[in-house]
Ligand binder design. Structure first.
Ligand code: CTP
Length: 408
């Protein structure tokens, strides 16, 4: 059995109805022990075998039980929950749940969540041996495994042995330790961590350029998109350094955040953390700084406001993109534009010498928002339009593209 840490990984556990449901409690305990965060969803049939109280106590989170519960939907809606997870596990997966999933039925919370998720699903089937061997169940499992272009279904078990009903054969749910090993394989194996062994440097947030000790020039940026990208890269196994300007965001777990203020500090930290395989420069760097920062507070004077002499800041992205032995294999910039997105982004891509550029139309509710609409332009002429979605989803898409790039 593998012992890979699941620290920072999120598992949504759907507990179906069956005598094996009691083993789901042990599975939660093992998952928590290996560092995973677990949320659970209990079907009405599942609730005949284990109580929501046990699941809530072990997971440390409220248990979701019904599709139409206003108080649940205001906390984390079931669609959001299905996206929150890195992996959805169904244990026990009954013949009924498998049939619904295989046929796209969505008439309750569990089946709706299974249809809505954009993550891999691990099924731990548990049912009577005749049921398991029934061609309808076998066809449903095969159907789920065969869906093309789908994020995928994996199956662990069932085991062979004596069953609660007294019959013998395959149908017993896999033991919790075996389900845990399957989860670890999916989340931390080559499939789950395709960027393991890769180093990434990500810039995020604005920079702040002082005028005097109390004033400064800055840019509009919450840092949310850059932080989400750093997090998504770390989730895929990359070793990430996040060089961040002043933002009000907590440091994501599992990566190295370095605080900076000015563009020159940001540039120095980026350079210090090269070589790297991947550079994503998402910071909104102030293009200019004040020439001759005043050592004391500039006072209002009868002659009117002072005039500020500005000088250009170094271009961090262009510097990182320069050919040389410390150039990352993949350099990605951002183009924040208010008009002519494609033309401006492509011009920026070639001017700065990066490989990809994320074109970001900032004319429409982007700063500080949780959603973003972007187009990824690549040096070879490609353009991938990603309509408005959460910044986390944009980040995960970008991280997946980066992983594909290295796989190829
Ligand atoms: N960038 C950088 N260093 C700078 C300015 C920008 O690294 N001094 C990076 C940003 O992090 C982003 C990309 O360059 O990845 C484009 O930033 P943007 O502000 O859109 O472009 P500018 O170079 O500032 O061009 P312009 O202001 O003319 O649009």
């Amino acid at each position: 059995m593998t012992t890979a840490s699941l620290s920072g990984r999120k598992v949504l556990l759907i507990v179906g109805g069956g005598i094996a449901a009691y083993k789901a409690l042990e599975l939660v305990r093992l998952l928590k022990k290996s560092g995973a965060e677990v949320m659970s969803l209990l079907t009405p049939a599942g609730a005949e075998f284990v109580t929501p109280m046990s699941l809530a106590a072990l997971t440390g989170h409220p248990v979701r039980q019904a599709l139409f519960m206003p108080e649940d939907e205001t906390a984390m809606g079931h669609i959001e929950l299905s996206r929150w997870a890195d992996l959805v596990v169904v244990a026990p997966a009954t013949a009924g749940l498998i049939a619904k999933a295989a046929n796209g039925l969505a008439d309750d919370l569990a089946s709706t969540t299974l249809l809505a998720t954009d993550k891999k699903v691990l099924l731990a089937p548990a049912m009577n041996v005749r049921m398991w061997l029934h061609p309808a169940v076998q066809a449903n499992v095969a159907r789920l495994k065969g869906f093309d272009g789908f994020h995928g279904v994996a199956v662990v078990g069932p085991d062979e042995g004596e069953m609660a009903c007294g019959e013998f054969g395959p149908g017993r749910m896999a033991e919790p330790a075996a389900i845990l090993a399957a989860i670890q394989g999916l989340l931390t194996g080559p499939d789950g961590r395709p960027l393991a062994g890769r180093r990434a440097v990500v810039t995020a947030g604005p920079t702040f350029e002082p005028i005097d000790p109390v004033r400064g020039l800055t840019n509009r940026s919450s840092g949310k998109q850059g932080y989400a990208i750093a997090t998504a890269l770390a989730e895929l196994g990359a070793e990430v350094t996040l060089v961040s300007g002043p933002v009000a965001l907590d440091a994501p777990v599992g990566l190295n955040r370095i605080w900076v203020e000015s563009a020159r500090e940001m540039q120095a930290e980026v350079q210090k953390h090269l070589p790297a395989d991947i550079a994503v420069m998402s910071a909104a760097v102030a293009d200019w700084r004040v020439d001759g920062v005043a050592s004391g507070k500039i006072k209002k004077a009868p002659g009117g406001p002072p005039s500020l002499a500005l000088i250009e800041n170094p271009d961090i992205l262009a510097g990182v993109s320069k050919p040389g032995k410390s150039r990352p294999k993949l350099v990605i910039g951002f183009a924040a534009e208010t008009s002519d997105l494609e033309a401006n982004a492509r011009a920026k891509l070639s001017r700065k010498g990066c490989d990809w550029i994320v074109g970001n139309d900032v004319s429409d509710d982007v700063f500080g928002a949780d959603g973003n609409a972007v187009t990824l332009f690549t040096k070879d002429g490609g353009a991938d339009v990603w309509p408005r979605q959460s910044k986390t989803e944009v980040a995960r898409k970008l991280a997946a593209r980066i992983a594909d790039h290295f796989k190829a």
